[in-house]
Design a protein around this ligand. Structure first.
Ligand code: CA
Length: 223
């Protein structure tokens, strides 16, 4: 699931991005209206989180332009304004939901899940791959019925792999999604983390789920 956040308050954008990444979403951010709209046009996002007051183009304009272009992904407005007039205007322009700042991350996540479910692009609560079961709500993982004692980062890493099973994930992408690092100079941090995860996930079992793709990254699959 790819989500775009268009929000000029860096702290808010970062807060949302971190939370969504921890929940297995791929997240892009933009801090202005022009760039945000360009990103929407050139990528396939499953959902957009859109601030109303933005430099460049405001949220209303962005929403109108993307609907005019036939982009129908769900849009959640973030707004400090909570007047009835704003709500009516947003709904007329085709927003799917609203959150009034400040909001709890759990509330945003619940709204996102509801919208994505409505759109039939379901973010699952549970993922099963071979004898591995991951419960994304409880944040637990089991193999062959046995509890895997994972750290928070290890669980995030496993969830990222599982949500993209069968896809090769590059070290750069992993660094961005799990550590929020955009440019990695040392990929060792990723390799060490994957090795630790493998010690718990794969080493005790005959069937190995994580595979190294040389020169690229890693893949989790049921082979
Ligand atoms: Ca703003």
């Amino acid at each position: 699931m790819n989500i775009l956040i268009i929000e000029d308050e860096i702290k808010t954008a970062r807060y949302i991005k971190t939370g969504l990444s921890e929940n297995g979403f791929f997240v892009d951010t933009s801090d202005n209206g022009y760039e945000g709209l360009e990103l929407v046009k050139s990528n396939n996002y499953d959902l957009i989180i859109l601030d109303v007051m933005l430099p460049g183009k405001d949220g209303w304009t962005i929403l109108k332009e993307l609907r005019d272009k036939g982009k129908l992904m769900p849009v959640i407005f973030l707004t400090a304004k909570d007047t009835v007039l704003d709500k009516v205007k947003g709904l007329e322009l085709g927003a799917d939901d609203y959150l009034i700042k400040p909001f709890a991350f759990s509330e945003l996540l619940a709204r996102i899940r509801a919208l994505l479910r409505r759109g039939k692009t379901i973010q699952p609560d549970k993922i099963e791959i071979a004898d591995l079961t991951i419960d994304l709500l409880r944040q637990t993982a089991h193999r062959n019925g046995r509890f895997l004692n994972l750290t928070k980062k290890e669980f995030m890493l496993l969830s990222l792999f599982a949500l993209h099973k069968g896809e090769v994930l590059s070290r750069t992408l992993i660094a961005e999604q799990i550590w929020n690092i955009n440019f990695i100079t040392d990929t060792n941090i990723i390799d060490v983390a994957v090795r630790r995860l493998r010690q718990k996930l794969d080493d005790p079992y005959d069937k190995k789920l994580i595979r190294t793709v040389r020169g690229v990254g890693y893949i989790l699959e049921d082979r």
